[in-house]
Design a protein. Structure first.
Length: 261
């Protein structure tokens, strides 16, 4: 069985890529087509376009993650396969994704990986996932969706066997952070989409300061779809709130267990 590491852009999955070599490393990028969100570095835009095999305009993720993947390729001395599904703006869904209906992760993370696998392999692939010691709940949530052989399905096809080396080796967050300290790989304060609806409203309000154009895209999508990312509050309302205090991003995390796949 071939082996693969799923890289999300965060320190944990990068740690696996650096310390648990596999046959392949893959990264699925969430793209959007809003030019006001485009990186200012035109060379970076062209480089990402070359990597994903089509015109790249912008991403709903922190632009630093683009540098993360490029830096990581140099650090581990091995190419990373860049994948990208349809742009977020072009998903043919009548409403926005939300906690109850998370089609964004399926269509822009899981499906591109599945399509890559289907185009290159005839048997399931062993995929290393960047869940750390103490994140057993996330791992168990994934394993509950596997069959008796530990294989996970998409579109009724069993294609992936998830493996969690950092849980097996009892590697906690502090060891991961210490490993990357001083090394030439840049990381964003948080990985995945800057306006992810799983994030606490306080975190989202901070994102309006850090990524104003991208967060405006999230507001625009609520207008276009006539729906909200979060049922209890709109992103326009979140933007209007005045920050009450400075937050530490280490206080907030996502426990859904899927976006980094």
């Amino acid at each position: 069985m071939k082996t693969c590491t799923s890289i999300s852009g965060g320190q944990s999955s990068a740690y696996i890529a650096a310390n648990y070599p596999t046959d392949y490393n893959i990264f699925a990028l969430v793209t959007i087509e809003d030019a006001k969100c485009a990186p200012k570095d035109k060379k970076l835009v062209q480089l990402v376009s070359d990597k994903i095999g089509r015109e790249f305009i912008a991403t709903a993720e922190d632009d630093t993650i683009l540098h993360t993947i490029l830096d990581l390729e140099q650090f581990i001395g091995k190419d990373i396969v860049w994948l990208a599904g349809k742009p977020f703006d072009k998903l043919r869904k009548s409403s926005l994704p939300n906690i109850a209906w998370r089609h964004c992760t399926e269509l822009m993370k899981i499906k591109p990986m599945f399509d890559w696998w289907k185009a290159n392999f005839e048997e399931p692939i062993e995929m290393r996932i960047g869940f750390r010691a103490g994140e057993n709940k996330r791992a168990n949530n994934m394993l509950e969706r596997c069959n008796k052989d530990g294989l996970r399905a998409y579109n009724k096809t069993f294609w992936q066997k998830p493996i969690f080396p950092m849980i097996e080796d009892n590697i906690h967050r502090d060891k991961v952070v210490n490993f990357w300290r001083g090394k030439p790989v840049r990381f964003a304060t948080q990985n995945n989409c800057v306006g992810c609806f799983h994030r606490n409203p306080l975190t989202l309000r901070k994102m309006f300061e850090l990524h104003p154009n991208k967060m405006e895209w999230f507001i625009d999508m609520e207008k276009i779809k006539g729906a909200q990312w979060k049922s209890e509050i709109s992103y326009k309302e979140i933007k209007a709130h005045k920050p009450q205090h400075e937050i530490d991003f280490n206080d907030w995390s996502c426990d859904t267990g899927y976006c980094g796949l």
